[in-house]
Structure formats: structure tokens, C-alpha cells
Design a protein around this ligand. Structure first.
Ligand SMILES: Nc1ncnc2c1ncn2[C@@H]1O[C@H](COP(=O)(O)OP(=O)(O)OP(=O)(O)O)[C@@H](O)[C@H]1O
Length: 284
């Protein structure tokens, strides 16, 4: 798989504060890449640099082999979609009119059909005629997402796309993003939500104090940081922790032979546990 995005020695200093510090990573074409970190870790700043909204203090980011600083050129703008907190929607216009304006800006063909498609994807077809200022926070977040999808970008940047959504709408969006990714869109996603990251991401980067501290596939990270044990719950409620190996197997054999086992489960750490282990900080 080739790289759609490549970040080298990236640094961003705001007055005296270093928000991004010697950051290096690559995103492969076709993957969902999770960028995980607590508040203030530098996620939004990174997205701003990658999408050409901010020029870095030093270092470089290449998207499609082109420097990020050129991303606001119309030729490249069409290749990327960006969804951040800052909705940029016209509050006095309807959802449809907002999306239509954006379609014109990006020369989207079959505008009506495409607007319906993206609104279906975010479960908002019913509020098409509603004025944006009358939308709830979660609805606004979903309209912002639908707008980022309108022109079918190759690379989609999503800054905490489900932070204001209820579980049902989050699920709907997750399915939509998986479908989009299956059709070939590369997704760069920031989130605090470890379940979202586990569900969606092919690889995740852990960001702390402006640096990538760990980067790998979620399943590989869980295995690497596993203590190789499982917990067995026995009749009577007692719990035993068994280590992988002959001794653990012997114990398990005894429990099972005596019909003592109610349930058992792996003690693999979650991504949240691993983050705390590696950075000494919680993600929230
Ligand atoms: N324009 C700015 N001027 C000065 N400092 C800034 C500016 N933008 C961001 N920062 C600082 O850079 C650091 C990283 O901020 P950033 O918004 O990238 O974090 P984040 O990981 O996106 O956080 P959150 O999850 O809360 O959105 C923070 O300490 C923030 O205060």
C-alpha cells in the first residue's frame, strides 16, 4: 500500500508553547487511521497543518506527494474533505441550501441526488429544509460531516466526528464511514473514544505532548501489552487469574472437569489501558 500522507519532523510552536514536537508518521492509502490523544495533545493543530490551514514552524507534511501548505489550492482542495468543530455553515440558510452552495463551490454533479445521499448517510434526510440555527448540536455535527463528504474526497479528515452524538447516531455514522472506506476513501480520524478507535481504525497513533508515542494496529498493540492471562469465574463467584502455559492449562482442566466454570475472559488491555501505560496519562 502506498502512503497518501507522510509527516516528517513536524513542529508547531505558538508563541512559547510547543504544540507539535518532531512528529513523524505515515498514513497508507485506503486505511482508517486513528489519531488518539487527550485534550490539548495537538490533534486539531495537526489537522490544521495537514489541511493547509496552518503553516508549520518547521518540518513537512506531504499529501499525495504535495506539501500541505499547497492544500488550499483548488486542485488539491477537491481531493480532501475536512470536518472540524468549526462548522462554517450559514446559520440562516437551510441544510439543503448550505449543502447546495458547497456543491457549487466544488462543482459537484447531480447536486440534488448527491445531497440526498450524504444526508441519508448521516441520518438527516428529514431535516433537509430546516434552518441551520434551529439544529441541535448533534445534528449540526452530522451536517458538517455530510458537507465534508459531498465532493467524494480521496482523503477525509474527521476531528472527533461523533463527540456530540447519541449511541444510535454514532453507530449509524460508524457504518457509513466503514462503507465509505470500503469504497476507497482514506480516513484520518481524531477521537478520545477508544471504542470508536477499536471499531474503526486499521492503525492508531497515540499522541502525547505533541509527539506520536506509539503507532500500530489495535490488535497488535493489545497483544503486545497483554500480560498473557485470562480470568475464570467459578461457581460461587470466585475469580481466578490463569497464566497461559501448562500450569494454567492444568488448573483450567480441573475447573472444567468439575463443572466449576461459569465464564472466562481474556485480560487483553483496551487501547485506553495501553494509552495510560505508555503515556502515564488518561485519554479523558
Ligand atoms: N492558535 C493557537 N494559539 C496558541 N496556542 C494554541 C493555538 N492553537 C492551539 N494551541 C495550543 O496548542 C496545544 C494543542 O492544541 P490542540 O487544539 O491541537 O489540541 P487537541 O489535541 O486538538 O485538543 P482537544 O481534544 O481539546 O480539541 C494546546 O496546548 C493549545 O492550547
Amino acid at each position: 500500500m502506498d502512503n497518501i500522507l507522510s509527516v516528517k519532523a513536524l513542529k508547531q510552536v505558538f508563541s512559547k508553547e510547543t504544540a507539535i514536537d518532531n512528529m513523524n508518521f505515515e498514513v497508507k492509502r485506503g486505511e482508517i487511521f486513528g489519531f488518539l490523544g487527550p485534550s490539548g495533545a495537538g490533534k486539531t493543530t495537526t489537522i490544521k497543518i495537514l489541511t493547509g490551514q496552518l503553516h508549520p514552524t518547521s518540518g513537512s507534511a506531504l499529501l499525495f506527494d504535495v506539501p500541505s501548505t499547497k492544500m488550499n489550492h483548488p486542485k488539491y482542495l477537491k481531493k480532501i474533505g475536512v470536518m472540524t468543530d468549526n462548522s462554517g455553515l450559514y446559520s440562516r440558510l437551510s441544510v439543503y441550501d448550505n449543502l447546495h452552495l458547497y456543491c457549487e463551490l466544488y462543482s459537484v454533479e447531480n447536486k440534488r441526488k448527491r445531497i440526498d445521499e450524504v444526508l441519508e448517510m448521516v441520518n438527516l434526510i428529514d431535516v433537509k429544509s430546516k434552518i441551520v440555527s434551529k439544529l441541535s448540536k448533534g445534528m449540526l455535527q452530522r451536517v458538517t460531516l455530510s458537507r465534508a463528504l459531498l465532493h467524494e474526497p480521496e482523503l477525509l479528515f474527521l476531528d472527533e466526528p461523533t463527540s456530540a452524538l447519541d449511541p444510535a447516531n454514532s453507530r449509524h455514522i460508524h457504518h457509513g464511514l466503514q462503507e465509505l472506506n470500503r469504497k476507497g476513501t482514506t480516513i484520518f480520524l481524531t477521537t478520545h473514544d477508544m471504542q470508536e478507535a477499536e471499531l474503526l481504525c486499521d492503525r492508531v497513533a497515540f499522541l502525547n505532548n505533541g509527539k506520536v508515542q506509539l503507532l500500530d494496529e489495535p490488535s497488535k498493540l493489545r497483544r503486545k501489552y497483554s500480560d498473557d492471562t485470562l480470568t475464570v469465574e467459578l461457581v460461587g463467584g470466585e475469580r481466578r487469574i490463569l497464566k497461559n502455559g501448562p500450569e494454567g492449562a492444568q488448573k483450567m482442566y480441573e475447573y472444567m472437569s468439575n463443572n466449576q466454570v461459569i465464564t472466562m475472559y481474556s485480560n487483553e488491555p483496551t487501547l485506553g489501558d495501553i494509552f495510560v501505560d505508555v503515556t502515564g496519562r488518561s485519554l479523558l
